[in-house]
Design a protein around this ligand. Structure first.
Ligand SMILES: [Zn+2]
Length: 449
């Protein structure tokens, strides 16, 4: 049998978070077509062939990581947000985004795709931008999988170039993006309808967008329970906490991603669990806002993944988010019960892969796991480095010490997009030169205030 790509004689992370040794993973037509185990049946031991064969000692394959919450529009904000006082998105991020042109949006997406692939991220959910069609062109060229949305806000504080004129106009704009994405790009890039935050848009806008998502069969995303002030605002307005109000009003769609979900009561957790709402935590960004109750959420069956919240919040390397989250969980939850195992390595790696992939709502393609029939989104870590080897437990070492820089190869949808850290779909030097030129040409990118 001839395949497109073989990952040969390689250890890999199984969907149950155990490690398989010395297997060969065969990729064909965008999918994992077979996994050949040296201890398997005679058929399994057959020698598969392929044009592209990746092999080497001390390589470790794992599912590509999903960044379940990225702001492609904020890629050029790197280094701008660290010591800003809250609430930064209203004061800094949104005004910055309102100034982006199609050209600087394309550059943003190129930089984001480059950074994501180089640090092991193969798929993403974007929070919504002004020119998502421009993002789509870039992500398609890069070969990435993801959900894209239009930045939607009709609040008078939103800058004019980003403000939806009416709820109908906001919905129509999302539908235009859906039309653009439908039927192209092999289903790798799909729409997700969004509003920024329920408290920051009109109630009419929220209701109309939700109705449109349900009618069109498109998932819906919004930031939820991120700042305690936002929770208080909703309490003041409706007398209910956010998820309780949404549930009572019938405002939870069949497929919903609730980004952050930091300040949750047990009642809200029950609603999130019962309605199968997906959650994305962004540990670096969140550490200034609150600590999520993930150890109480996961046992309820709530699917939690990781997001970067964009390059302005510590970059896009999810390996760093994993490590920070582990520290945070131990400090806040582990110490009180002397339980160092409050967030074990297997759970963290599950969140980064299957937990994040659930937020893509692409179960027809089964991203986020290495198994036969699943989408071939696989990264290969080079464990042959002084900070990774030798190790007594490879999963512990990945959580403790690996970074995105240790990702050597990346396959997305069966296409090799990085080999030996060389980018195969993007011109890194050109992107770098364009970014430097843009900072010179458009002063607002650098000193926008
Ligand atoms: Zn965000």
């Amino acid at each position: 049998m001839k395949y497109d790509i073989l990952l040969k004689d390689i250890d890999y992370l199984r969907p149950d978070m155990t490690v398989a040794k010395g297997c060969t993973i065969a990729i064909l037509d965008g999918k994992i077509a077979g996994i050949f185990d040296p201890g398997g049946t005679e058929e399994n031991c057959a020698k598969p062939e392929a044009d592209t064969v990746i092999t080497g000692s001390r390589l470790f394959a794992m599912p590509g990581i999903t960044d379940a919450h990225i702001h492609t529009s904020q890629q050029l904000l790197r280094g701008r947000l660290l010591d800003e006082k809250p609430v930064i998105w209203k004061r800094v991020n949104v005004p910055f985004e309102s100034r982006l042109t199609e050209e600087s949006s394309a550059l943003s997406a190129s930089l984001a795709a480059l950074e994501m692939i180089r640090c092991g991220t193969t798929s993403f959910v974007d929070a919504g931008g002004k020119y998502p069609e421009v993002f789509a062109e870039v992500y398609e060229q890069a070969g990435m999988r993801g959900r894209l949305s239009v930045f939607t806000n009709d609040n008078p504080y939103a800058p004019e170039t980003l403000r939806a004129a009416s709820p109908e106009a906001g919905v129509a704009r999302q539908r235009k993006l859906k039309q653009f994405l439908d039927g192209r790009q092999n289903g790798m890039l799909r729409p997700i309808y969004s509003v920024t935050v329920p408290t920051a848009v009109s109630e009419e806008m929220y209701r109309e967008m939700l109705a449109a998502a349900a009618e069109d069969g498109v998932p819906f995303e919004t930031h939820m329970n991120e700042y305690s002030s936002e929770v208080s605002e909703l309490l003041e307005r409706y007398g209910e906490r956010p998820f309780v109000w949404l549930a009572k009003e019938g405002l939870i769609p069949p497929e919903m991603l609730a980004v952050h979900s930091l300040h949750l009561t047990p009642e809200e957790m029950e609603i999130v669990a019962a309605r199968k709402i997906k959650v994305a935590h962004c540990p670096f960004s969140n550490s200034g806002k609150g600590v999520p109750k993930t150890p109480d959420m996961l046992p309820r069956g709530i699917s939690c993944g990781f997001g970067s919240d964009g390059a302005g919040h510590g970059g896009l390397d999810i390996f760093r988010e994993i490590r920070l989250f582990r520290c945070l969980m131990n400090a806040v939850r582990g110490l009180e019960n002397a339980d160092p195992n409050v967030m074990p390595a297997e759970t963290l790696l599950w969140m980064a892969t299957q937990g994040g992939a659930a937020a893509l709502f692409m179960e027809d393609q089964k991203p986020g796991r290495i198994k036969e029939g699943a989408a071939a989104d696989i990264i290969v870590l080079d464990m042959d480095a002084p900070h990774l080897w030798p190790t007594q437990n490879i999963l512990h070492t990945i959580v403790e010490s690996a970074t995105g820089q240790d990702v050597r190869h990346s396959v997305i949808g069966g296409r090799l997009v990085m080999k030996d850290r060389e980018m195969l779909t993007l011109d890194q030097e050109r992107i770098r030169a364009d970014a430097e030129a843009a900072f010179q040409k458009e002063p607002f990118l650098n000193h926008w205030v």
